[in-house]
Design a protein around this ligand. Sequence first.
Ligand code: GLY
Ligand code: MN
Ligand code: MN
Length: 454
Amino acid sequence: MNPMTDKPPAEIGAAEYACRRSALMEMAGEDAILILPSAPPRVRSGNSHYPYRQDSDFWYLCGFPEPEAVLVLIPGRAHGEALLFCRDRDRDREAWDGARAGPEGAVEQHGMDDAYPIDDIDEILPGLLEGRSRVYYHFGRDADFDLKLIGWVNRVRAQRRQGAQLPHEFLDLGYLLHEQRLFKSRDELRLMQYAADISVDAHRAAMAAARPGIREYELQAEVERVFRAHDGWPAYNSIVGAGANGRVLHYVNNNATCRDGDLVLIDAGAEYRGYASDITRTFPVNGCFTAAQRALHDLVGAAQAAALAQARPGVPYEAGHAAAVEVLTDGLLRLGLLQGSLRKNIASGQYKRFYPHKSGHWLGLDVHDVGDYRIDGESRLLEPGMVFTIEPGLYIAADAPGIAEKWRGIGIRIEDDVAITDDGHRVLTAALARSADEVEATMVEYAQGWNFGR
Ligand code: GLY
Ligand code: MN
Ligand code: MN
């Protein structure tokens, strides 16, 4: 990607947010009310906070970036269906913490039908609950907010003698909303493609910087420099594991030295305007795979190709994992890492000794995105607009008993992001070198100073 010529895509517009809210309200029905708080700010230490990340559901429905806000959706309400409670404008606080939209800005810039100061919510919300029979809300996610909601309901209960009608059904909001979020719109796919493009560039930067002696955190710095240079953030903690660290699935120390002869596994993806990408590549620090490293890398690549061949509408989501497991197990038998029959090794789960995780997950506003994988006990069928990762791997313990020395301590994963289209799929991360040959060729080019326009 060339930041001078590849313009970032448009952000999600007010019209799409309004469509999302309408679709959700239609599913919830006329007598419902839906309540979504923004994410709370989180303390890192002392007076210092983690960078603020808006709650994904809240963001999906209104794109409002500030904390201390509550979105309330009231289907069919004559005086406005989409209401936001948010912080008032405050000259002094804004001088410390940055600009606020205020209720006026929430209406003018964010398309709300009406907005009120968050300090007034205790006064106003019981009146909005009154007369609605069903409340959709994420119970159990934020204990403080749960208590507030109970308090507002009790305020309505106290008015029952005066004829107030109390909500009597409390329903999980995720049931409706997460099914909606599973299907990405054209504009969402554009943002996800951009997040993927940033991540492809970031992995290239790491491949270009790799050399024996470099520290894992220096490669992490290359990756995250590219994220920030394109206004992205890490969508999750970047994993940079050299040698046997590549086997640690959630490795975050990233502080070891990359030695000559090591593979380095980098699992890192940018988040752009809330949308995640998620890429893993495993490449030789010195630019050349050993025969054993290449054999395992080829096997993981073949497993990924088999899973990818299942990525089209109408195929069960779980078919991709089953295909990857079959290819991996067959290859492990051929290489002498497993013994016995293919069928028995799969049925008994023996392959899990080397491949303990699943082959992917939904991808979207969350890196492990929302949406059911099974419906009525059966794997759901793929449909256009779904986006997920395909990420098979192999991990051989450094001290694995009965395993030839040449395999030990190798960890390999290959992960790409895939969108289901009307007639098949599109790999959002296809531009990044993937096979051992492609990776080696790319690293030669970088070593010779070609083809890498920073
Ligand atoms: N990086 C998180 C995952 O691959 O699932
Ligand atoms: Mn993943
Ligand atoms: Mn990943």
